[in-house]
Design a protein around this ligand. Structure first.
Ligand code: HAM
Length: 420
């Protein structure tokens, strides 16, 4: 039998309801914050990712699904969405007449990482990107928006980590200081880090090899060397978060795995997922629009790892996925025919139903209704038909009501809507 590709996965119907609910909750909140959806292609020219994410990053060096198409063009399955959203923003001149745009997009990304719990080769992200606002208010607003989403999903056990990565004014001097530190530890570092030391020393801070982490544990921190303007920006972000009552941790080691960041960076981390502890990450990328051929327009954004978010929700044992509004347990052929008509009428009116078509006992049908997480069960047997009364049972409260056959669909609808 042909199996799935390693690191890829099917999302089965039982779980899809939860995915949809999380996606809808995020989209609703983002729309309230002024974001609009953009849909971008799954594949781009390789150069777009190499130039934006950075040649020396793990993603570009080792993880991209890149191939030459039949004409020899070098294409890549997107490892992230920011580069594509920036490309679309420039290509369609979304900065005219007003440079301020708030865009979100949801979909699969591809990175050939080593698969483990919470890390897949095809994974899903919910991305939000804001263009044209340099103010620290927007940095804080994105973190607040994430806090609102996690609160609405009732996710506990999460912490916002924030840091500043400075700007092209202050970073070169820091790179020199960091370079000297790295030289003093060079014997303890992996070959990647040795190679990256001169070209891109910040990447050494992001290496996942335990020996490198240990060697770099007391490396100098960028936040201690950022310029006055960057410091002021970062302080204001913190003041706004304080005023809004959003808790955060100042994390000097948070450098992120992509090269395009400037100033504020952040991650939402959880202790619930083991090693893969980031459920969302993002930051400012004020230079990227210009670097990819657009005007000088600042930008900031984040991506939520949807697979990880779903895992956290499932771990909290609160399935947000719902079953049918009503399961119709029918006993005998005549009841089944009537049940089928009622189920069609209820479906037409927006009530979801499920019913048993085989000749099964009431006990086994009730079991199935339970398994499907049905909110109500309508019991239609020969006795009920003879009496002209059908039982509607609320599976949560266990309350039962006898409804007359006359006008049944309407009374079921009224009861169910009343219970919702
Ligand atoms: P990132 O940190 O590479 O940032 O990814 C964001 C989130 O995607 C991570 O925090 C994680 O939850 C999830 N993620 C990443 N890789 C995997 C994987 N292999 N399996 C499962 N989940 C994964 C970005 O992608 C930036 N584009 C975010 C951004 C948007 N920055 C500014 N705008």
């Amino acid at each position: 039998m042909i199996q799935l590709i390693k690191g890829f996965k099917d999302i089965l119907p039982e779980e899809v309801a939860l995915w949809q609910q999380i996606e809808k909750t995020a989209a609703d909140i983002f729309e309230d914050f002024g974001f609009r959806e953009i849909r971008i292609p799954m594949m781009e020219r390789t150069e777009l990712f190499a130039r934006s994410i950075g040649q020396d990053t793990d993603i570009v060096e080792k993880e991209m699904y890149t191939f030459a198409d039949r004409k020899g063009d070098l294409l890549t399955l997107r490892p992230e969405a920011t580069a594509s959203v920036v490309r679309a923003y420039i290509q369609h001149k979304l900065y005219t007449p007003d440079p301020v745009r708030k865009l979100y997009t949801i979909g699969p990304m591809f990175r050939r990482e080593r698969p483990q719990k919470g890390r897949y080769r095809q994974f899903y992200q919910i991305n939000a990107e804001v263009f044209g606002v340099a103010s620290p208010y927007i940095d804080a607003q994105l973190i607040i928006m994430l806090a609102v989403l996690f609160e609405r999903l009732m996710i506990k056990d999460i912490k916002a980590h924030i840091n500043s990565l400075g700007c092209p004014q202050c970073r070169p001097a820091f790179k020199k200081i960091l370079g000297d530190f790295i030289s003093s530890k060079i014997d303890r570092l992996c070959t990647d880090c040795r190679r990256r030391k001169d070209r891109n020393p910040l990447r050494v801070l992001d290496c996942k090899v335990p020996a490198c982490r240990q060697a770099m544990a007391d490396a100098p921190a960028l936040t201690d060397h950022i310029c006055e303007a960057c410091r002021e920006h970062f302080n204001t972000v913190q003041e706004i978060l304080n005023t809004q009552g959003v808790e955060y941790i100042l994390d000097k080691g948070l450098v992120r795995g992509l090269d395009y960041y400037t100033r504020t960076t952040f991650e939402i981390q959880t202790s619930a997922l083991g090693a893969q502890n980031a459920i969302a990450g993002g930051g400012r990328y004020d230079r990227l629009v210009h670097a990819l051929g657009g005007p000088e327009i600042p930008a900031i954004g984040f991506a939520i790892g949807l697979d990880r978010l779903v895992e956290v929700v499932l771990q909290q044992e609160r399935s947000l996925g719902r079953g049918p509004d009503v399961f119709i347990a029918a006993l005998g052929e005549k009841s089944r025919q009537m049940a089928f008509d009622w189920s069609c009428d209820l479906n037409r009116d927006g009530i979801s139903t499920e019913m048993e078509f085989a000749d099964k006992s009431l006990k086994s049908q009730m079991k199935r209704a339970h398994r499907l997480n049905s909110a109500h069960v309508l019991i239609v047997g020969e006795n009920e038909l003879a009496k002209g009364e059908i039982i509607l049972r609320n599976m949560n409260t266990k309350e039962q009501h006898a409804l007359t056959i006359e006008g049944l669909v309407k009374s079921v609808k009224d009861r169910i809507r009343g219970d919702l």
